[in-house]
Design a protein around this ligand. Structure first.
Ligand code: SAH
Ligand code: SF4
Length: 405
């Protein structure tokens, strides 16, 4: 593993930014920003189109590069706005090519107060390269209001929704770090997919911190920006939103975004799921699966992914596997078995490898693709449920090492 922590004073409070960044805004928000600096109604559409191209297609980082925008307008833009992206506080690169960035957002209302000043939220963003794709795992909230008993994020106190801008910014940071905008060079310590028409980030999964369906407005807006064909251009079929099971919002997600759906199922009986995913008490398995059957656009080509975390002696028996197959009957589905990633203080353990294989065989023999999600980036603690606090520990260790130099 290689670990590179950028030098940053962790405790230095930051002032709320006086100028606003345009990076991450929707077309409507950009139009408002332009109206604010006096661009006339007749010009707005054209100007939004120009900015859109520069920001999202070219990845511009300063207004001066926007050659088809008049000098006068560029100056007015620069007076009021920036093209800043959030700060990358730390980057870690795993031996398997997985990258994890700790990103600090500019301070926003509701963030942590340190010494009377607001400190921007920090979120982690994980990039997983494979031979034919590059997947970026993004967060939708800081922390999570839900308390799934096997998930570390659920133990975090501070929770706020990320804005759509902050969600899009995660992709902007990733593309920048991966040299995936025109004129940039990809990092040499690579394993980044490349070739004609191949983008470093080709897929997005909302599987970082937070429950995306509790922040659906912002997630939907962000998805709109990410999939816009004139800019970031990600195919909606390559954007997957994972939910712990907010059944009433599932139809809305489909109608508003056309994203692929993933369900964190993890148990096949209500009594157990109530314990693992307490939201189940509100929306039990039958109700959740009905919402899945009704998901707009569902077909064999557009299957729902069911995530199932393998917990030793808890949900991993052959009987559980058979019940899983029975439950999903008739739903175009993929089943994703996730080896549990332990975190300090958890009572759970990951199932043995043979148990996972036996479970996987039963599911596979019933006709479902049942890939076991290979744990990625374990050496940099980038796997599901290991985010945030581990980075804080690494930092503390890095500081200690610095002090000892
Ligand atoms: N809140 C959403 C999306 C974020 S969690 C959801 O729950 O679906 C992304 C995935 O990681 C979920 O399937 C979640 O159950 C899983 N996960 C959480 N903690 C984990 C852990 N410690 N080990 C393995 N998977 C975990
Ligand atoms: Fe929240 Fe998902 Fe973690 Fe549950 S598994 S606490 S919904 S982030």
């Amino acid at each position: 593993m290689s670990l590179a922590l950028t030098p940053a004073d962790e405790n230095a409070p930051v002032a709320i930014q006086a100028t606003m960044s345009l990076v991450g805004l929707t077309r409507i928000q950009l139009a408002e920003a332009l109206r604010d600096i006096g661009v006339s109604d007749g010009d707005i559409r054209m100007r939004v189109g120009q900015l859109w191209h520069w920001i999202y297609f070219q990845g511009a980082t300063d207004f001066d590069s926007m050659l088809n925008v008049s000098k006068a307008l560029r100056a007015r833009l620069a007076e009021r706005f920036t093209l800043d992206r959030p700060q990358v506080v730390a980057e870690q690169v795993s031996t398997d090519g997985t990258r994890k960035w700790l990103i600090r957002m500019p301070p926003a209302p509701g963030d942590r107060l340190v010494g009377g000043k607001t400190v921007g939220a920090e979120i982690e963003c994980v990039y997983i390269p494979e031979s034919d794709r590059g997947t970026l795992c993004v967060s939708s909230q800081v922390g999570c209001t839900l308390t799934c008993s096997f998930c570390h994020t659920g133990t975090q106190k501070l929770v706020r929704n990320l804005t759509s801008q902050e969600i899009v910014q995660q992709l902007m940071v990733a593309r920048h770090q991966l040299g995936d905008f025109p004129g940039l060079t990809p990092p040499t310590n690579g394993l980044i997919p490349s070739g004609e028409g191949v983008r470093a980030v080709s897929n997005i999964v909302f599987m970082g911190m937070g429950e995306p369906l509790y922040n659906l407005d912002n997630v939907a807006d962000a998805l709109g920006v990410m999939s816009d064909g004139d800019g970031l251009s990600l195919s909606k079929r390559r954007i997957t939103v994972s939910t712990s099971g907010v059944a009433p919002s599932i139809a809305d997600l489909g109608a508003r975004t056309g994203a692929m759906l993933a369900i964190s199922l993890h148990a096949v009986r209500d009594d157990l799921r109530d314990k693992l995913v307490p939201l189940n008490k509100k929306y039990p398995i039958v109700e959740l699966l009905q919402a899945c059957r009704d998901y707009p656009g569902l077909s064999n080509a557009r299957r729902i992914t069911f995530e199932y975390v393998m917990l030793k002696g808890v949900n991993d028996s052959p009987a559980d596997a058979r019940q899983l197959v029975r439950l999903l009957k008739g739903i175009p589905a993929k089943i994703n078995l996730i080896p549990f990633n332990p975190w300090p203080g958890t009572v759970y353990e990951c199932s043995d490898w043979e148990t996972i294989e036996r479970f996987s065989d039963i599911v596979f023999n019933a006709g479902y693709a049942s890939p076991v999600r290979t744990p990625r980036g374990r050496d940099i603690l980038a796997a599901c449920g290991q985010l945030k606090s581990e980075t804080e520990k690494l930092r503390a260790r890095a500081r200690l090492a610095d002090d000892q130099d």
